[in-house]
Design a binder for this molecule. Structure first.
Ligand code: AVJ
Length: 314
């Protein structure tokens, strides 16, 4: 893991257009900052998707065409704290649907906490946590002949470029069978001011979230980034529907990273690209599933038209 991080930092900071992958945001501090982000008034995504789970729970069940007498496996990729999913789980449990819930996450800590809260809040629910990489864990379902519903929420797919999302969905659909479904949560293309505010909150939590990656380089790779000489800069292309986050060097400077035994030069105003947060519409969803076995079968949207959950069927 540390070797992989080292490699990524070396490659990203040596590139002509400097970049650092957003997947490295999520250390302990980064996880905590992301929880704070989800609670920010400006970060509408979490509340919009929660509203769908809270107000359209029955509609989720009917559009997934779930039947009480047919066992299914409900598998969640990157389950986190499960706040939204709980609304669905409670109703499925109350109505005595026959299923097991498999939350998958990288973080064993997140899974342990989720397992504990579910045991107290929905004691009769069958929870089978699985720690690890999505595809490795999905491999372990290969021999199961049961109907599967995969949840991939929170517009997490938005961190992938469309090409990568397409390959991801090809791999996912290849590991599924006829009748299986993907319940995919995505942020929708919308006005610039709303999106930019969500990624540039007034308390500076999102800025701290991005800058934390430089902190990680300092502590884990013995770097000497002067954190206060970099500024958080979000951009949003309204036509394309793509938000990007950058850190900008406020001065001409060199940064030494001891683990790489290497210096990196930053010009004044030079940018490091950290994150892509793609926003979607039907056309973009259709284009990322074009080379997969998935077809759009239904879609649920919140009352503000900010966020959609697509039901993709094989
Ligand atoms: C967790 C990838 C959905 O891109 O909106 C939040 C991460 N970055 N604020 C997003 C994030 C800055 C988030 N996702």
């Amino acid at each position: 893991m540390i070797e992989e991080f080292k490699e990524a930092v070396n490659k990203g900071l040596s590139a002509k257009n400097k970049n650092l992958p957003s997947k490295y945001f999520y250390d302990k501090k980064g996880d905590a900052l992301f929880v704070e982000i989800m609670n920010l008034p400006e970060y509408y995504l979490t509340r919009a998707e929660y509203e769908i789970f809270k107000n359209q729970t029955l509609k989720i069940i009917t559009s997934l065409n779930l039947k009480k007498d047919t066992y299914f496996e409900l598998i969640e990729l990157g389950a986190g704290d499960g706040t939204k999913t709980k609304e669905l789980l409670k109703l499925l449990d109350k109505e005595a649907y026959d299923f097991d819930y498999f939350p998958i996450d990288f973080s064993q800590n997140a899974l342990d906490n989720l397992d504990k809260t579910l045991q107290t809040e929905i004691p009769s629910l069958s929870v089978k946590t699985k720690q690890g990489d999505y595809f490795k864990v999905l491999e372990s379902f290969k021999d199961s002949k049961h109907q599967k519903v995969i949840l991939f929420l929170g517009s997490n797919i938005g961190n992938m470029t469309d090409d990568i999302a397409n390959v991801f969905l090809q791999n996912l659909s290849a590991s599924l069978a006829l009748g299986d479904q993907l319940f995919l949560g995505v942020d929708l293309i919308k006005a610039k001011d709303i999106v930019l505010t969500a990624y540039n909150d007034s308390k500076g939590i999102t800025a701290a979230f991005n800058l934390n990656l430089l902190n990680r380089i300092n502590t884990e790779l013995k770097g000497n980034f002067a954190i206060n000489t970099f500024k958080h800069l979000p951009e949003y292309d309204e036509i394309e529907g793509i938000a990007k986050s950058f850190l900008v060097s406020t001065k001409d400077q060199d940064v030494f990273v001891e683990a790489l035994n290497k210096s990196f030069h930053f010009y004044k105003d030079e940018k490091i690209h950290l994150e892509v947060s793609r926003k979607y519409n039907d056309d973009i969803i259709n284009s990322i599933i074009a080379k997969t076995k998935f077809k759009i079968s239904d879609k649920l949207t919140d009352s503000n038209n900010y966020f959609s959950n697509y039901i993709l069927k094989i």
